[in-house]
Each structure stands twice: as C-alpha cells, then as structure tokens.
Write a protein that binds this ligand. Structure first.
Ligand code: SPV
Ligand code: MN
Length: 625
C-alpha cells in the first residue's frame, strides 16, 4: 500500500529527516506531520529522534534564535514570555465538540467544525520562514501499561527544549509500538514574534479536538499553553482514562517516611500556586512527581506514575529556608531554564528568593527598573509571580528510586487542598472513600492565583483541582471517580489539607513548614498508628499526636492554644460551603445522588453540633465529650 503522506514527506523533508520518519513506520504520524507541513508552511523541518545529538541541536537553536539566553552558570538559561502571556489562558482554551455533545456549565467549548476552521485559519502559513520541530515523547515511564505516546510539533525551540527536560523520549517507543495505537498529537506555533515574544496575542488559541486527540495552540509561548505534553495532554488523558477506567489527575506523588523505616506513597491535588510542589519537596520525603499523575488499579492497589520526568515549577518563594531542595537544584543542576525572572549580570533573581533583588535588570517587560508600571499603571514586579524554573527530576537529590518504574508506586493516601482562608481546618481525614471523594475532592474550592490570567483571590469551585482540564461532563467524571476505588477492599484514604487559613487579624495561622507535620500525621493515619477525633466534617488529629510530631519534625513546642485556633470547626462557614457546592451540583445534569446525600448528611451533623456547641467548636471540647 502506498502512503501518500510518506511520499509528501519525501518531497518536503531533507533526506536525513525523511529517513527518521520512514524508520518510525507510523502512518498516522506521517499523516499528522505531512498535514501540519502543508498547513503551517515552515521553511525547514527538523525531525528529532531520542539521540543526544538531536537534543543538543534543540538546545543550541533555542539560544541561536534568541528564545533562550545564557546565564553565568553553565547550562543555565533564561526565557521570557510576553507581558500579556504569563499564564494559562482559560478563556481561549476550548474543547471542540460536535453539535450533539454538551459537557455542562463548567466546560469551555465551541462547535468542532467552527473551531477547526478558525484555528486552521490562524495556523495557515504561520511557520513561514521558521523551522518546524517534530518530536516524539512518552508520557509516563517507558515500556509501561500506564504510558501514552505523543507527538509534538512546534516552531519554538524553547518549547521543544523544555519538553526535552520534562518528558521521556518516545521516538524509539513509537518505533516499537506497531500500528494503530491511540496517541496524542499537538501542533503549536508561537506565531509572529516581535522582540522575541508573541506579537498577535489576540489570536492566542488552545483548541482541543477530543475526537481526534489533537490539540492546537497558537500565538502563545507560556508553557502551560504551549507544551502539549503538559496541561493539553492532561485533557486528552482524562478523556482516555475515563473511557478505560483509570484516572488522570492534577497531583503530585511522594513517598513519606514512617515508623520502622517504611515509606508510604501518597498523591496530592492542589490548584496551581497552592503549595503543591513545595509539599512534594518537603525534606525527608522522596518525590515521584509534582504535577500530573496517572492512576490505575493493579493487583488490588491504586498505583500511580508521574506522567513527567521533570518539573516546571513556580520559582517565587524558593529560598534556602522554605524550599532548600529546589533552591539547591536551581543553583547546582546541570541544566535549568528560568522563565520570567529578573536577570542582571548573568544572574537570575525572583520574588522571595531570600537576599536582595537588584533595582534594575531585564525582565518580562523588557528593561526594568523599580517603579516601572504596566499599561494600566500597575507597578511591575521584578519577576512575575508565575515565573518558573524547568529542570529534570533526577537533578533533585530526593528523587524517588521508583520514578521510572513501569508499574508505578502503590498509593495509600490521596490529599486534596485549596487556597481557603476561612473554612477548612489544616488537615483532616475523611470517613471513607465516598465521603472523601465528595467532601474533600469534588467540593474543593480555591482562590484564584497568578497561574491563570485574570483576577486573583476570587473563590472558585475546582473539583479535584482538575476543573481546568476536565474533558468530560462533571457527572461522568464524578461517577467514574466514585467507582474507581470503591471496588477495592482497601481504597486509598482521603485527606483534606488547607495551608491558608487566617485568624481574625487576617494573618495566616500556620507557618509554611507546618505541612511537614500534616504529611507525617497522614502517614501515621494510613497505618492506623494514631487515633483521631470524630467531628462532623471528618477525622481530625489529636493534640497529643501533633505535639509529638511538631517536636520531632520541626523542634517546635506546639501549644494547645495553637491547636485550638487551627482546628476549631467554623460551622457557619462549613454550612455556607455546602450550600455553595450543592447549588453548583444542582445546576449540572445527572450528578450522582450520593453527592447530595453525602453533603446533606454533613450538613445535618454540623447543624446538630451547632445546636450543642455553637458556631465555633473547639476540638478540645469535642475531645472531652
Ligand atoms: C499549573 O498551572 O497548574 C502548572 C503550570 O502546573 S502550567 O503548565 O501552566 O499548567
Ligand atoms: Mn499544575
């Protein structure tokens, strides 16, 4: 059988690159690449294999083309995204759906035909004069039942270089995979550049074609919008997982040390900029992943792999005291990309790094001096709040030995946390799987942050911290979630955490370091080493256990006063939250009834407790009962 696409590639590609496509032996890839070339009309095409030589070429081109610049430390570079291109653009990220499919109120979508026409119109000829990079990756460890193969096409060497750090190579995997395999495809163009950044931000689009497993991304450079394998692939992964009975989650994976030298693996889901990476990097723990996990049931356990093998992490507040592990990696790793930081004399600077930040330098706004304002008159920070670093996971001292294990690690606890200043206690276990899925996961709310464009500090519903990436209607997602581990005799235990509670004076009532104690308490609860306080909202720590753990882990004398303040149940706020969440679920169609009954039972427990103890219930009072 002749492959017309391969024939087209033979004409369009240099022989060396044509050979790489021909050797791959994947007709679907031939079609995707041939069609993308016809559409985007690049000047040249670079097909990348997994070779060190091709990776070196990518790095070198990013520098040559001015997408990245060298810093004083060898192997360290910086990159700027445009001032209007500093986070995920939710408004212009849309699912392309056929006319008969509706995914509910919370999903941004448009008609597939219209979307394809629009985005293809934008992409037409968009790579003129540029080089197209075609790269193959594997999401998840190689040779694993978890993993998904992907093809990324981009005209940005910064994007390709970043993905080389963040994802496992997949050319050889593809070659061995045989034909007819389902895979994910991404087509990105940064579009017209001016001073190295996207000039046509009004044409920024991220369109997800769920029917064809292709994501299109145009006129943007920011990683969350452009690196197909990251949040774009997450949406395709969610769709595929739900069809096949597994989960794609916005979760870290860590190993937490426990008694007798044991290690307990847990996942944690937090919206962006709510402490996910810093929780994953707590000293003493080992890290499998910091952002995206695939979870499958294998042999009676939930097991998880890190979809990635690198970190695209928030750099703000990384300093030797609060994040010593990352700080050390950033100053010693052999390869780091700093994005949207301040640069002066070959050194990167960022907010909260500890030490002084220069009064001037180069940043995402161009030449910057303190007091510089943006077009709205707002003072521009030296580094952006969403400035990031990109490194390979194995540059961290604490990376977990099972990071590349094709079987993943067994997950014993799942943690959900959001930015919540007034409602939930710092840590609490749910009564069981369903109670946890409903009240900790599906009811998650968080205040918005700089990781997405738009206003900050607005409380938003964000179930499982996955709302931005849901490629299914909420009812389907929640139903599948509930079913996922319900069949297991020992499903993972579910916990809620909240690092952002404030007191009457508006100040945080926990320190950044306290999360270490919550993780250790969770570890002990998994093994039922310690008891817990039965409250209307879940199982809370006993004072004596926290006092011991604060002493052991942080050498802090944790007082009963602190315990009382942090773990007082705020009944009115808890009830208001139930009302908000219930109202949202009522707007949706087909939400499983158990969500309503579980919330209602919690409401009744809270009301009964209020009748007995009032609006603020101290854990010490419950303990005495
Ligand atoms: C997040 O915002 O959740 C991130 C970074 O992990 S991004 O790539 O923008 O998604
Ligand atoms: Mn994330």
């Amino acid at each position: 059988m002749t492959d017309e696409n391969l024939e087209h590639l033979e004409q369009a590609l240099e022989p060396e690159h044509f050979r790489k496509m021909a050797d791959l032996g994947q007709p679907d890839m031939n079609r995707f690449v041939a069609e993308s070339i016809k559409l985007c009309k690049p000047a040249t095409v670079f097909i990348a294999t997994d070779s060190a030589e091709d990776r070196e070429y990518t790095k070198r081109k990013a520098l040559e083309l001015g997408e990245e610049f060298e810093l004083a430390s060898p192997g360290h570079t910086y990159h700027f995204d445009g001032i209007l291109d500093q986070g995920r653009d939710k408004e212009n990220t849309r699912y392309l759906l056929p006319p008969n499919v509706h995914l509910g109120e919370h999903i941004n979508f448009m008609l597939r035909e219209e979307g394809l026409e629009e985005v293809r119109g934008i992409l037409a000829g968009l790579m003129a004069g540029k080089e197209m990079i075609v790269r193959f990756y594997c999401l998840g460890p190689r040779s694993s039942v978890f993993s998904q193969l992907c093809c990324q096409i981009t005209d940005s060497f910064y994007v390709a270089h970043s993905e080389d750090l963040l994802y496992r190579p997949g050319y050889e995997e593809f070659k061995n995979a045989g034909e007819g395999l389902e895979h994910f495809r991404f087509l990105h163009s940064a579009g017209r550049l001016e001073n190295g950044v996207c000039a046509d931000i009004d044409k920024r689009r991220m369109y997800i074609d769920l029917m064809d497993n292709i994501v299109y991304s145009t006129n943007t450079q920011y990683g969350g919008n452009t690196m197909g394998l990251k949040k774009l692939a997450m949406r395709l992964g969610i769709q595929k997982g739900l069809k096949e009975g597994w989960l794609t989650e916005h979760m870290f994976i860590v190993g937490v040390p426990g008694r007798g030298g044991r290690k307990t693996y847990m996942t944690g889901a937090f919206p962006s900029m709510c402490g996910k990476t810093s929780t994953a990097m707590i000293q003493g723990q080992s890290i499998v992943g910091d952002d995206i996990a695939y979870l499958k049931k294998i042999g009676g356990d939930v097991r998880a792999v890190n979809v990635e093998c690198g970190i695209f992490g928030i750099i703000q507040d990384v300093n030797p005291e609060d994040d010593p592990g990352i700080y050390e990696a950033l100053t010693s790793a052999s390869e780091v990309i700093f994005s949207n930081v301040l640069v002066k004399d070959g050194q990167p600077y960022w907010l909260g790094m500890g030490g002084d930040i220069p009064e001037g330098g180069l940043n995402f706004s161009g030449e910057w001096t303190r007091g510089k304002t943006d077009s709205k008159g707002k003072e521009i920070d030296p580094s952006h709040k969403n400035a990031r670093f990109t490194i390979k996971m194995d540059e961290l001292k604490n990376y977990d030995e099972y990071l590349e294990d094709p079987e993943g690690v067994p997950i014993k606890a799942m943690i959900f946390g959001g930015r919540d200043t007034d409602t939930s206690v710092p840590v609490e276990q749910s009564f069981d799987w369903v109670h946890g899925v409903v009240t900790k996961g599906a009811s998650l709310e968080s205040e918005t942050t700089a990781a997405t464009l738009g206003a900050e500090g607005v409380r938003e519903f964000n179930p499982m911290s996955n709302l931005d990436f849901l490629a299914a209607s909420l009812d389907t997602y929640l139903q599948k979630y509930l079913e996922f581990a319900a069949v297991l005799s020992k499903p993972p235990k579910i916990f809620g955490v909240n690092y952002f509670l404030v007191g009457p004076d508006g100040k945080y009532i926990n320190s950044m370091l306290d999360k270490k104690v919550w993780m250790l308490w969770i570890e002990e609860r998994v093994h039922e080493d310690v008891g817990a306080l039965h409250t209307p909202t879940g199982l809370m720590p006993l004072y004596k256990d926290l006092r011991r753990l604060f002493k052991v882990a942080l050498d802090i004398d944790y007082t009963e006063e602190q315990y009382k303040e942090q773990f007082t149940i705020r009944v009115a706020q808890q009830l208001a939250k139930i009302d908000r969440i219930e109202a949202i679920f009522r707007q949706e169609w087909g939400i499983p009834e158990v969500l309503f009954t579980t919330l209602d039972e919690q409401r009744q427990r809270l009301e009964a407790a209020r009748a007995e103890f009032g609006d603020y219930i101290s854990p010490l009072v419950i303990a005495q009962r």
